[in-house]
Design a protein around this ligand. Structure first.
Ligand code: UT7
Length: 372
C-alpha cells in the first residue's frame, strides 16, 4: 500500500541528516562456522546460495540495546549540532533486550534524551523501513521535529546454532538515521514510501514460543500447549517459500514506490535491498531493470542483520562515498509477518559515523538519575 501522497504543492519531506552504525567486533567467517563440525554445510553452499562470507556476532556481553545506543549516538554525531536535538526515538528490532518493557526508552535514556517518546517497532526485516515511513509521517504531521530511527538486532540470541537452514545466515548489528523536516530536492529527502503486510504467511518466519500462544513462563494459560521445547524458542524460517515471497513483494513494492515518485528503474543510481540473500537481491534488481553497477550492499561481510540490514548497507555505502549526494535511491525490504516496505530518497549528504557497542551502565545508576 503506497502511503497517502502529500497535499498539492507540499514539498516538505523527512530528510536524513545523520547516519550511524555499530558492528560488534567479533568476526566469524564461514570457515569458522564450518569448523565447529556440528553443521552439515560447506563454504561453497553458504557463499554460492547466499553471498555471505562472514558475519559479526555480539557475544554474551553485548545486547541489542548496547548496539542500538552506539548506532544512535553515532547518527546524532553525524547530524552535528546544527539540527534539533532528537525528540523521538523509534527502535526497530525483533530481538529486544527483554520481552518487557520496550528497549527504546532505555536507549533514549542512555543517550541523554530526557523524557522523549520512545518505542519499539516489530516488523522483523522490514523494521527500519517501517520506522522510516512512521517517522516521516510523524515529522510531516508536526508531531515531532527530529526523530531518530534506529534498527538493532542480535539474532544470535534467537537463531538455533544447530539449524543449518538458518545458523550460517544471520549476524548482529545496528544502524540509525537522524531526520528533520526539509525540502523534496535536498540530499537525504525521503520522497515516497510503500508498505504492506500479509499475515497469511505468518508461519513462514517465526519464533513460536515466548508470546501469549506458547508462553515460556510455565503458567498454564489453558491452551494445553505445555512447556515449549528448545526448537520452539528458536527462530525458524521456511527458506524456499520465503525466497519466492521476498522476490515478489520487494519487486512489486519497489515498482509501486517508483511509480509514485515518477522514476523509471533505469534512473535509479543506488539500489539497496534487504541483505538476506544476494540471489534474491539480484533477482529483484533484474526484474526491476536496475543495472548491477547501481546495486549496493554488504551482505558478503555482515550476513543477514534482519531489521538493521538496510540502514547498515546505506551506512556502509555512504562511508565509501559510493554515491553522490542527491543521487536517486531506492530502498526495499521484506521480512517476517510477512511484511515489506520500500522508499525512494535522494542520497544523503551526511558524514557517516561508526561506533563500538556501548556497555550498559549498572541498573542502580538509572534508578538514581530518573526523576519522578
Ligand atoms: O530475512 C528475512 C527474509 N529472509 C529471506 O528472505 C531468506 C529467503 N530464503 C533464502 O535466502 C534461501 O531460501 C536460503 C538461503 C534460506 C536457502 O537457500 P535455497 O537455495 O532456497 O535452498 P533450499 O532451502 O531450497 O535447500 C536446498 C538444499 C536442501 O537440500 P535438498 O532438500 O535439496 O536435499 C537443503 O536441505 O540445501 C540444503 N541446505 C543446506 N545444505 C548445506 C539447507 N541449508 C544448508 C546448508 N548447507 N547450510
Amino acid at each position: 500500500m503506497t502511503s497517502p501522497s502529500s497535499a498539492p504543492g507540499d514539498r516538505a519531506r523527512a530528510v536524513i541528516t545523520g547516519i550511524g552504525s555499530c558492528l560488534p567486533p567479533l568476526v566469524v567467517t564461514n570457515t569458522q562456522v564450518i569448523a565447529r563440525g556440528d553443521l552439515d554445510t560447506t563454504d561453497e553452499w553458504i557463499t554460492g546460495r547466499t553471498g555471505i562470507h562472514r558475519r559479526r556476532l555480539a557475544g554474551p556481553t553485548i545486547s541489542t540495546g548496547d548496539l542500538a545506543t552506539a548506532a544512535a549516538r553515532a547518527a546524532i554525531d553525524s547530524a552535528g549540532s546544527a539540527v534539533p536535538r532528537p525528540d523521538l526515538l523509534l527502535l526497530a528490532t525483533t530481538t529486544p533486550d527483554r520481552p518487557c518493557p520496550a528497549t527504546a526508552p532505555e536507549v533514549a535514556h542512555r543517550l541523554g534524551l530526557g523524557t522523549v517518546p520512545a518505542f519499539d517497532l516489530a516488523a522483523v526485516c522490514s523494521g527500519f523501513l517501517y520506522g522510516l515511513v512512521t517517522a516521516s509521517a510523524l515529522l510531516r504531521s508536526g508531531t515531532c521535529r527530529a526523530p531518530l530511527v534506529v534498527a538493532a538486532e542480535k539474532y544470535s540470541t534467537i537463531v538455533d546454532p544447530f539449524d543449518r537452514d538458518t545458523a550460517p545466515l544471520f549476524g548482529d548489528a545496528a544502524a540509525a538515521v537522524a531526520l528533520r523536516l526539509g525540502d523534496a530536492d535536498e540530499p537525504g529527502a525521503v520522497l515516497e514510501t510503500d508498505w504492506g503486510s500479509d499475515g497469511g504467511g505468518s508461519d513462514l518466519i517465526t519464533v513460536a514460543a515466548g508470546g501469549s500462544r506458547l508462553p515460556t513462563t510455565g503458567i498454564d494459560t489453558g491452551t494445553g500447549t505445555g512447556t515449549p521445547g528448545h526448537g520452539d524458542r528458536c527462530f525458524r524460517m521456511r527458506g524456499r517459500q520465503v525466497y519466492a515471497h521476498a522476490v515478489r513483494r520487494m519487486t512489486s513494492s519497489s515498482e509501486a514506490v517508483l511509480a509514485t515518485t515518477g522514476w523509471r528503474p533505469e534512473e535509479v543510481r543506488a539500489f539497496i535491498g534487504h541483505q538476506a540473500n544476494q540471489r534474491i537481491l539480484d533477482a529483484v534488481a533484474d526484474r526491476l531493470g536496475v543495472p548491477p553497477r547501481h546495486r549496493l550492499g554488504n551482505i558478503r561481510d555482515v550476513g543477514n542483520t534482519a531489521g538493521a540490514s538496510v540502514p547498515l548497507a546505506l551506512a556502509d555505502a555512504a562511508a565509501r562515498h559510493a554515491c553522490a549526494p542527491g543521487a536517486r535511491t531506492l530502498l526495499t525490504a521484506f521480512g517476517g509477518g510477512l511484511t515489506w516496505a520500500s522508499a525512494t530518497l535522494l542520497w544523503p549528504d551526511a558524514p557517516v559515523r561508526t561506533a563500538a557497542p556501548e556497555p550498559r551502565p549498572p541498573l542502580h545508576d538509572h534508578q538514581e538519575v530518573s526523576p519522578p
